[in-house]
Ligand binder design. Structure first.
Ligand SMILES: [Zn+2]
Length: 308
């Protein structure tokens, strides 16, 4: 049995987990969440992460040794240099994660992009284990993806491949935070549904409530969820058409709604079948909202086993 710690640094919350690994089995033993410093001060955030790591480390038996630490970071990440190049959520540029945290710990530290960490969790320990070629799509406040081919993560020349959230689905659509208009993320994400609910009702309704009311068949929530599913179906069919993967795995906060939501997405997706070729199946992620933290914890284990 091997143990490591994963951290998922988000815009408002930091999640941490102590995870055990045996072969291809990963089990979350302890899971904790803390708030991100309101002013998003770099040093403060890293001190909080260190405390969270020590707290998780305290839960490990005295005779057990920690393999290492993985940090899942949002935005653009330079994995080799251990640097967060740009994060819109935190409003950070060129933050040297490895330099900040290395002096605190005497075990190896790795960093990875948060959505790619989620993909790593699914590919090595989750529903992606039996496939060699797949796409992982995280649908949460935003939308992002990872392309895995022959079990290798395809990063692209500039490290920004598979940013499926920013493919244009409706050229006359809403302005996106990336500067483009009508991106998939502005139409199909949890954030898109919340904005639509606010537009219709003039009050803030969180994504979980929107999904719950839609399940009960209450308008305008049913219509809002169905509209987002319609656009996601188009996006997924485009992804299937471009890459021809074996499966598409869907994770992220919105995927926590489970089959109710996935069935709606599938209904819109299958309309866009290419000639008589069946579209690849859509699978729900195993780790859902915890995928990034499990994938981050998996980094020291997978590097040691030379899987990454
Ligand atoms: Zn965009």
């Amino acid at each position: 049995m091997a143990y490591s710690i994963g951290i998922d640094l988000g815009g408002t919350k930091i999640a941490g987990a102590l995870v055990s690994f045996t072969g291809e089995e990963a089990e979350v033993l302890v899971y904790e969440k803390i708030a991100v410093d309101g002013q998003r001060r770099v040093e403060r955030v890293f001190n909080d992460i260190s405390e969270l790591v020590y707290s998780l480390l305290g839960k490990l038996g005295k005779e057990e040794k920690l393999l290492g630490l993985g940090i899942a970071c949002p935005g653009l990440v330079d994995v080799e240099r251990g640097v967060m190049v740009y994060s819109e959520n935190l409003n950070w540029r060129n933050v040297e994660v490895a330099s900040f945290l290395d002096p605190h710990f005497d075990f190896p530290l790795f960093i990875e992009h948060d959505v790619r960490s989620g993909a790593i969790a699914e590919v090595f320990f989750g529903v992606g284990r039996e496939y060699r070629n797949l796409v992982y799509l995280s649908v949460g406040t935003g939308i992002a993806g990872t392309l895995v081919w022959e079990r290798h993560i395809i990063r692209g020349v500039r490290g920004i491949s598979a940013e499926f959230g920013h493919v244009v689905i409706n050229p006359g659509g809403p302005l996106c935070r990336c500067g483009n208009v009508g991106c998939l993320e502005t139409l199909a994400s949890g954030g898109a549904m919340e904005r639509e609910a606010y537009h219709v009702l003039r009050q803030v309704v969180d994504g979980t409530t929107i999904m719950q009311r839609a399940k009960e068949g209450v308008e305008p929530f049913s219509r809002i969820v169905d509209r987002a599913a319609h656009f996601l179906g188009i996006g997924l069919a485009n992804i299937a058409q471009i890459f021809d993967p074996e499966v598409i795995i869907i994770g992220g906060g919105v995927a926590e709604a489970g089959d109710f939501w996935l069935e709606q997405v599938y209904r819109h997706y299958q309309v866009h079948q290419f000639w008589s070729f069946p579209l690849p199946p859509l699978l729900l992620s195993r780790f859902l909202g915890k995928a990034s933290v499990v994938g981050a914890a998996g980094l020291p284990w997978l590097k040691k086993a030379k899987f990454l």
